[in-house]
Ligand binder design. Structure first.
Ligand code: SF4
Length: 706
């Protein structure tokens, strides 16, 4: 019996794995109350229950594979030959073009140890500045806003179960009930106590069904809603002036910035009525404790950082951050979305959130790595900018991919796939032949979840331990083995352990004294306490479940209120593309679906296009018809689902399958470099080739243009 955690989302639900012959049984495991387990019994969603389904899967790769570009044929090779080949080509490229010719792309699902080792590998084995990761596309806007406002980026500065004790929780762009179902019980318990739930989303989701107040704005307009709410709070004298004076800076500029956002103007921009906006402001003004939580719906925009800052300003105006059972938080998505961004995969950061251009930070990390600070390169390109540069005269000509399925998950995916195909060398480490692995030159088969140990940091900043429960299939190796094997062949300085606990020991030293200080966290301690919250600077420190009670992590200890304004989406509807497109998740699938689409006990109905009955009527589509969705970047076809729960001017496509991200916009947030996944302009019509008799009888295949 092995105590561990789910392989998927940032909730990292506790589970116990029992081996019974060749079968691996999953059981929910209770975690300490008031941390994140929603009940004493523990709970999992169906993804967690079926997580063992990839074990022994027939599509599992168990030997390194090399592809012949001319014929497209794959051949199996020995590990030594594969690593020699990859290291030799990386070294040759570096010799010919300099170190930045090689690039690394990581993932928010990698353990802390892997994320740490990957950042170190890029900087001192490849000596490249070109490393970033798919977490840039997850919560980087909230991270950027958190750093600006609070001086630190920890998704939730309080345990998730604090939701139950607040009075009003405002969920902006979060479909908690479908993305992390066990967490939705916190909403139910809050309501049982008499608390209120507010949901803001262009779709009436399963989460919205739990709401006391549901606002359904035009995609990409969460920001002006916050501006309008603050306008009303200020007009009503509901700003906590004492708190603002004592604990914030910059609030007067914010106050000035919202004077023009009267409710009727907000209504025109967002579609949320002035009455609804006043209802929300009244609810917030009358509450003693308010919690504002954002997720990808609010953050994955070219104004994602500004949107989060606007909602933080609302929380600050109400005097909430730092108050018990109140404040602002971000609901991180990927399993190690939090830890993955703390330990050096980001283009501009070293372990412990140390900035790569800070001389003191470089000196500290260099000493841990056993190199001179000058060896560590400077800041590289952000995730999308890195992919966009691949194969160009100025860009990298090789890419090593760990824990990411870029072909499915990148915005403007058709363009990104072309960039990947233009490389001299693409190497992918994966369990299965994902869509990205399928176009690689070399695929290295790696261990998964229950076959290896490592720490993760959940959405609360709580460091937990996934423990190895089974022996990996013969022929696969861990990412740490791959990194060490390549580092050795490249003649890298320093120590390259393949033991997760040893790597964690080095990570502790590298983060000591930093904002994300893991110095006092050990595997034994995590086992004994079922997780430890960072910062935890020494072994005697109890960890920090709640931040900001006394001060914020800014130089003056005050939260910074930052004035922002609404600029709109980078791409607004036009005559050719008259609708809004938004994307998101479904209950049974996780991220690019590389794992969950292969688990037979999880329903996989494939992609679909959700539209409102009014829109369906306009284009002559009925449920199940094949429809065509187009944006300026690409197109896709999928069956239509007609639902009254979506705005009539909006089209929704889930992103777990190839297609959705061929449509999405690569416009970037200026601060976080987050692409605008959540809104762009699109057109939809019944696919001409659908040939459905019903469609032909209606004679309406023309779409909605004009
Ligand atoms: Fe796993 Fe997330 Fe489901 Fe929990 S909610 S079982 S962590 S996928």
């Amino acid at each position: 019996m092995t105590e561990t955690h789910c392989p998927y989302c940032s909730l990292q639900c506790g589970m116990t794995l029992n081996r019974s012959g060749r079968t691996l049984e999953v059981q929910a495991r209770a975690l300490p109350r008031n941390v994140h387990s929603p009940s004493e019994e523990g709970a999992l969603c169906r993804k967690g229950w079926t997580a063992a389904g990839l074990r022994g899967h027939r599509e599992r790769i168990t030997t390194p594979m090399v592809r012949d570009r001319a014929s497209g044929a794959w051949r199996a090779v020995e590990w030594d030959d594969a690593l020699d080949l990859v290291a030799g080509r990386l070294a040759a490229l570096r010799e010919a073009h300099g170190p930045d010719v090689n690039a690394v792309f990581g993932g928010g699902g990698l353990t802390n140890e892997k994320a740490y080792q990957l950042g170190k590998f890029a900087r001192i084995a490849l000596r490249t500045s070109q490393i970033d990761y798919n977490g840039r596309w997850c919560m980087s806007s909230a991270a950027s806003a958190g750093n600006q406002a609070f001086g630190i980026d920890r998704g939730l500065p309080f345990p998730l179960a604090d939701i139950e004790q607040t009075d009003v929780v405002v969920l902006v762009g979060s479909n908690l009930a479908e993305t992390m179902p066990p967490a939705a019980r916190h909403l139910d318990r809050l309501r049982e106590r008499g608390g209120r739930v507010v949901v803001i989303d262009p779709r009436r989701t399963a989460t919205a069904e739990r709401a006391d107040l549901f606002l359904q704005p035009v995609p990409g307009t969460d920001l002006p809603i916050a501006l309008g709410v603050l306008h009303l709070l200020d007009a009503a004298g509901a700003v906590d002036e004492e708190y603002v004076a004592a604990r914030t800076s910059g609030f007067e500029q914010v106050r000035q910035s919202v004077t023009g956002w009267w409710p009727e103007r907000v209504e025109r921009v967002t579609g949320v009525t002035a009455t609804e906006l006043r209802e929300l402001a009244d609810l917030l003004a009358g509450a003693e404790r308010v919690m504002v939580l954002t997720a990808r719906g609010a953050e994955q925009h070219s104004q994602g950082t500004a949107t989060v800052l606007a909602w933080i300003n609302v929380a600050l105006a109400l005097g909430m951050p730092g108050k018990p059972f109140a404040g602002y938080g971000c609901l991180t998505g990927q399993g190690n979305g939090q830890g993955g961004r703390e330990h050096g995969q980001k283009a501009d950061q070293l372990p412990g959130y140390r900035m790569i251009d800070d001389p003191a930070a470089r000196a500290h990390v260099a000493a841990v790595w056993g190199v001179e600070p000058e060896v560590i390169p400077g800041k590289g390109r952000s995730a999308y900018e890195l992919l966009d540069a691949l194969g160009t005269p100025e860009g990298p000509r090789s890419l090593l991919v760990f824990g990411s399925n870029i072909v499915v998950s990148a915005p403007n995916a058709r363009h990104v796939t072309e960039r990947l195909e233009s490389l001299d060398l693409l190497v992918v480490c994966d369990l299965v032949m994902s869509e990205t692995a399928a176009i690689a030159d070399v695929v290295l088969p790696i261990t998964q979840w229950a076959e290896e140990s490592g720490t993760m940091t959940n959405l609360e900043g709580r460091v937990i331990l996934r423990q190895r429960a089974v022996t990996p299939p013969e022929g696969v190796r861990s990412d740490l083995d791959v990194i060490a094997g390549l580092a050795e062949r490249l003649g890298a300085p320093g120590v390259w352990s393949t033991e997760p606990e040893e790597v964690f020991g080095e990570l502790r030293r590298a983060t000591a004294g930093s904002r994300a200080d893991y110095g006092g966290i050990t595997y034994d301690r995590i086992r004994a306490e079922d997780g430890v919250f960072w910062p935890c600077p020494d072994l005697a420190h109890p960890g920090t479940p709640r931040l900001f009670a006394e001060a914020f992590a800014t130089p003056d200890g005050r939260a910074r209120a930052v004035a922002v304004d609404h600029a709109g989406a980078a791409e607004e509807p036009s005559a050719a593309y008259p609708l809004h497109l938004t994307t998101g998740r479904v209950l049974a699938q996780y991220q690019s679906g590389a794992q969950t689409r292969r688990i037979k006990d999880l329903p996989d109905d494939g992609p679909f296009v959700e539209i409102h009955p009014l829109l369906a009527g306009r284009i002559g589509a009925v449920d199940g018809d094949l429809v065509h969705v187009a944006t300026p970047r690409g197109e896709m076809r999928a069956p239509v689902r007609v639902a009254e729960t979506i705005r009539p001017d909006t089209v929704f496509v889930p992103f777990h399958w190839v297609g959705a991200n061929k449509l999405t916009n690569d416009a970037l947030d200026p601060s976080s470099r987050m692409p605008e996944f959540k809104v762009c302009a699109c057109a939809v019509s019944v696919a001409p080739a659908a040939g459905r008799a019903a469609s032909q009888q209606r004679g309406t295949a023309a779409g909605v243009r004009g």
